[in-house]
Design a protein around this ligand. Structure first.
Ligand code: NAD
Ligand code: SIB
Length: 416
C-alpha cells in the first residue's frame, strides 16, 4: 500500500535509488546476507526517516531480509517525491510527500502504525511519541525501536527517566560509525551543499557563526573554514568552547556573534538559539539556517514580529524586511537545511551507508536479544562489523596486534 504524490515520477526515483545503491557497499553486503538468512521473516518494520533514495535502500535491505516494511518521513519538508514513487513501485508500503502540513505529517505516521509493526526505526522520536500518546493499541506488538539522531535519543532518555518508555530502544546515533561520520562529516558537507545550492552565494571571506560545537558543529566549522570563512563558534559548554578555540575558531557569546555574522548555522538540538533581540543586532543581509533539530532553534515568530514584510525571494529563501529596512534571510523555514531545502539532498550515500548499516544490524539485534526497557547504545560488535566492512569496501588494510604486543598491553610489570 502507498500514498504518494505522483507515481509517474517512479522511473526517475528508481534511477536515483540505483545510483545510491552503487555507493552503499556495506548496506549492499548486509542486503545479500539478509536475502540468504531471512532474519525478518514474518516481522513488520515501521520507519519514520527522511524519505529519499538512501533511506529507500535501507527499506529494500529490510525487505530483502523478509520483513514487511512500512515507511513514512520524519520531516514535513524532506521527502523526495520521485524516490517515494520509486519505492512504491518496488513494493514498499510508503506514505509521504514533500511539503506536508502538520496534520498530514501525523496522518502518515499513523498509516505506518496501522501495519502494527514489531520494530520501529525512528528519527527524532516522533513516531515513538505517537505510539505512546495516541496509538497504545499498537504498543503490545512492539519488540523494540532504533533511534537515528541525537535529539531523538535525548527525548527517549528523558522519557525513560520519567518511567514513560514502554520498550527497549537502541541508540543508533551513539554508535561510533554513526556520529563520528554522519553527524560530523555528513552534516558538514550536506549543510554547505544545500546552503550553496540554495543561495548560489560565496562562503570565502564571510563570517560564519556556528552555534553548538558538538559532532555536527565540529563538521560544519571544519567545512566552513575549508571554504575560506572566518568561523565563529558559540557554546554553553566550557570544554567544547575551549576545544573550538584550540581548533582555531573564535568563540563568543551569541549576542556578540550575531553582530558579525554573514551566515548563522544552528546545530545545538536546543530551542531559541536565535531569538528575541538577537535579530536587532544582525547586519543587513544576514542569512540564517538550522541544521540541528526540527524548526525550533531559530525563533521564526520573533523574527516575523520584528519585520514589516516576509516574502519568498528564491526557492527555500524567505526575506524578512525589518522595521529599520534591513533584510534578513531565513533558509528552508528554519528546518534542517541539508534535508528540507528544495536543493537539500541529505548526507552523501557513502556516509548513510554506515548509519543505515547500523540500523539494519540493530533491528536484527533487537529481534535476537531480549533487551530491557530503556535506551542502550548499539553494541560494539555492530560498530566494528560496520567499520570492518567499510574499510574492506574502501580497499584499506590495517595492522593487527602481535602476540607480544597483546601481552605488553595487558601487563603492568614492565617499566622503563
Ligand atoms: N542535519 C542533520 O543531518 C543532522 C545530523 C546529525 C544530527 N543532527 C541534529 O543536530 C543536533 C546536534 O547534534 P550533535 O550530535 O552535534 O549534538 P551534540 O550534543 O554533540 O552537540 C550539541 C552542542 O550544542 C551545544 N548547545 C546546547 N545549547 C546551546 C546554546 N544555547 N548555545 C550554544 N550551544 C549550545 C551543546 O553544549 C553541545 O556541545 C541534534 O538536534 C541532532 O539531532 C542533525
Ligand atoms: N527528524 C528531525 C530530527 C533531525 S534529523 C537528523 C538525522 O537525519 C539523518 N540524515 C541526514 N542525511 C540523511 C539522508 O540523506 N537520508 C536519511 N537520513 C539522513 C542523520 O542521520 C541525522 O541523524 C528533523 O527533521 O528535524
Amino acid at each position: 500500500m502507498s500514498k504518494v504524490k505522483d507515481m509517474s515520477l517512479a522511473k526517475e526515483g528508481i534511477r536515483k535509488i540505483e545510483w545510491v545503491q552503487r555507493h552503499m557497499p556495506v548496506l549492499e553486503h548486509i542486503k545479500k546476507e539478509y536475502e540468504e538468512t531471512q532474519p525478518f521473516k514474518g516481522i513488520t518494520i515501521g520507519s519514520c526517516l527522511h524519505l529519499e533514495p538512501k533511506t529507500i535502500n535501507l527499506g529494500l535491505t529490510l525487505q530483502a531480509g523478509g520483513a514487511e516494511v512500512a515507511m513514512t518521513g520524519c520531516n514535513p519538508l524532506s521527502t523526495h517525491d520521485d524516490a517515494v514513487a520509486g519505492a512504491a513501485d518496488l513494493g514498499l508500503n510508503i506514505y509521504g510527500w514533500r511539503d506536508q502540513d502538520d496534520e498530514e505529517y501525523y496522518q502518515t505516521i499513523n498509516m505506518v502504525l496501522d501495519h502494527k509493526p514489531d520494530i520501529i526505526i525512528d528519527d527524532g522520536a516522533d513516531m515513538i511519541m505517537v505510539l505512546h500518546n495516541e496509538r497504545t493499541d499498537v504498543l503490545k506488538h512492539i519488540k523494540g525501536a532504533c533511534e537515528e539522531t541525537t535529539t531523538g535519543v535525548h527525548r527517549l532518555e528523558a522519557m525513560h527517566k520519567d518511567g514513560a518508555l514502554k520498550f527497549p530502544v537502541v541508540a543508533v546515533n551513539d554508535a561510533y560509525t554513526k556520529y563520528l561520520f554522519d553527524s560530523r562529516y555528513g552534516t558538514g558537507q550536506s549543510s554547505f551543499d544545500a546552503i550553496m545550492g540554495t543561495t548560489n552565494m560565496l562562503i570565502a571571506g564571510k563570517s560564519v557563526v556556528v552555534c553548538g560545537y558538538g559532532w555536527c558543529g565540529r563538521g560544519i566549522a571544519l567545512r566552513a573554514q575549508g571554504l575560506g570563512a572566518n568561523v565563529i563558534v558559540t557554546e554553553i559548554d566550557s570544554i567544547r568552547a575551549l576545544e573550538a578555540r584550540m581548533d582555531g575558531y573564535r568563540v563568543m557569546k551569541i549576542r556578540d556573534a550575531v553582530k558579525e555574522a554573514d551566515l548563522i548555522i544552528t546545530v545545538t538540538g536546543n530551542i531559541n538559539i536565535i531569538h528575541g533581540d538577537d535579530f536587532k543586532y544582525m547586519k543587513d543581509g544576514c542569512m540564517l539556517c538550522n541544521s540541528g533539530h526540527f524548526n525550533v532553534e531559530i525563533n521564526r515568530q520573533d523574527l516575523e514580529a520584528q519585520s514589516t514584510d516576509v516574502r519568498e525571494v528564491r526557492e527555500s529563501i524567505e526575506m524578512f524586511t525589518m522595521k529599520d529596512g534591513r533584510k534578513i534571510y531565513l533558509l528552508a523555514d528554519g528546518r534542517l537545511v541539508n534535508l528540507s531545502a528544495a536543493r537539500g539532498q541529505g548526507h552523501p550515500a557513502e556516509i548513510m551507508d554506515m548509519s543505515f548499516a547500523v540500523q539494519a544490524l540493530s533491528a536484527k539485534y533487537i529481534l535476537n536479544n531480549d533487551l530491557e526497557v530503556g535506551v542502550t547504545k548499539a553494541p560494539d560488535d555492530i560498530d566494528y562489523e560496520v567499520a570492518n566492512l567499510k574499510l574492506k569496501a574502501m580497499d584499506i588494510e590495517i595492522d593487527t596486534l602481535s602476540e607480544r604486543q597483546k601481552e605488553y598491553m595487558c601487563s603492568w610489570k614492565e617499566g622503563t
